[in-house]
Structures are given as C-alpha cells and as structure tokens.
Design a protein around this ligand. Sequence first.
Ligand code: CIR
Length: 253
Amino acid sequence: MFKNVIVKTPGKTYVNGLTTSDLGTPILEKALEQHTFYIAALKQCGVEVTELQANENYPDSTFVEDTAVLTPGFAVVSNPGATTRNGEIIEMEPVLKKFYDKIYRIEAPGTLDGGDILQIEDHFYIGISARTNHEGAKQLKQILESENYKATIVELEKFFHLKTGVNYIGEGIILAAGEFVDHADFNSYKKIIVPTEEEYAANCIRVNDYVIVPAGFPKTKKNIEDAGFKTIEVDTTEFRKLDGGLSCLSLRF
Ligand code: CIR
C-alpha cells in the first residue's frame, strides 16, 4: 500500500521541456488541468498528496519520478542524466528528508533517472538508457542489494525509459510493450501485452486498489479490467508531448 505521493505543478516553462516526440508543443492550460485531474485520481486511491510548487528554472521538473527511487525504508536521490534536469534533485532532497531518515545518493559519473527503475515486489530492474548509465545502475544495484533487495540491470534497445515499456500492476502481472513483450528478464511474470498502437499505455500505475491508466487506450484498459483490476482513466496528452507518462508525474511510497 502507498501512503504518500509527491507531485510538482508544471511551471510556465513546461512548454520548453525536453522531448523526442513529434506531437507538438504542450498547451500549458491543458497540462495544468490534466495535472489537477491526476492529483484527484491519486486522492481517490487514498494517498496523501504533497504538491510542490512549480520551479520555472526546470521545465521538466513536473516529472518528479526521475529524481528519486523510494522504498518503505530508505530513499535514493538520483542523478538525472539530462543536464537541464540535474538540478531538480537539489529541491527534492529536503522534501524527502521530511519522510526519510535514511537517504542514499547516486554520485557522478553515475547518472540515473527514476523512470528507469521498476520495482516488482522485492526485485528492482534498472534500465540502461540514454539517461541512466552503467555506473549509475551499478551504484543503485549495490545500494539495493545492501538493503536485501534483488536487482537486475536491463539494457534498453529502443524505449526512452525502462518504464516507458514495462510496468508492474501487482498480483504477479506486468504490462509489456515492444521489446519487453518477449524479454528474458520478464518472462517469468504473467503479462498483459500492450499492442503496438497502444504502446503508450504500457505506462500505467497501480496505486492501492486502482490502476490509473492513460485515457484513449481502450484495449489495454479492458485487458487490465478483465484481469480483475479497477481502473481510473486520466488524460495525459500534454505530458505525452514531452515523453512523459503517468508514472513520471509522481513519486509514490
Ligand atoms: C525528459 O525528457 O526528461 C522529460 N521530458 C520526460 C521525462 C519522463 N519521465 C519518466 O518517464 N520518468
């Protein structure tokens, strides 16, 4: 069960954030509205939401997930791989200190984005991407193993972050798209295959009794519901324009 969630409001500079997509510039008003609905969905799941103010110096800082890896007993402050995002951790660490006594850090030359970290029960998967390098992954693996978690490093082929293509929704079930549909590291889990045309919907989040799903992906939503989960749909079009999904917008612990 998650008790807490941290989110950060998109600032006016959000429209200048990083992207690899060709979906156009986000509409700020719509992004703010979608963010409000996202917070309402989280509250419906029964978590306490800590809402951080926008920081205009960091256009991508609404994607708080990338700044940390959180477990019940400790936090790991990441070292984001994009130079324009690296300073986001400076504001996040004091926030985490309110919740955690034990805080580790990923140190340069290691880089690591939280979006590359997937937890499945007591096993963490660490993606090597354009943002998370081998040194960062190695540091996190050591921290996790010292805390009695299992950790596996996964090389990404195409996906932006690990959780862009694979996510855990509980009860032994993963959502798998693209290169993760048949991937040795994940073949021991039950899978809901996300079809190519719905690939974006591989990024759903399980929060307590619900799976929050992005609006507009009916096949995946139905497959999740048929597997016995209750869903809440949230529109994320303005976050998708900057490569962001549901998981990126919060830290859940
Ligand atoms: C970036 O390029 O860093 C942001 N525009 C998107 C970050 C998405 N975060 C995530 O998948 N955890």
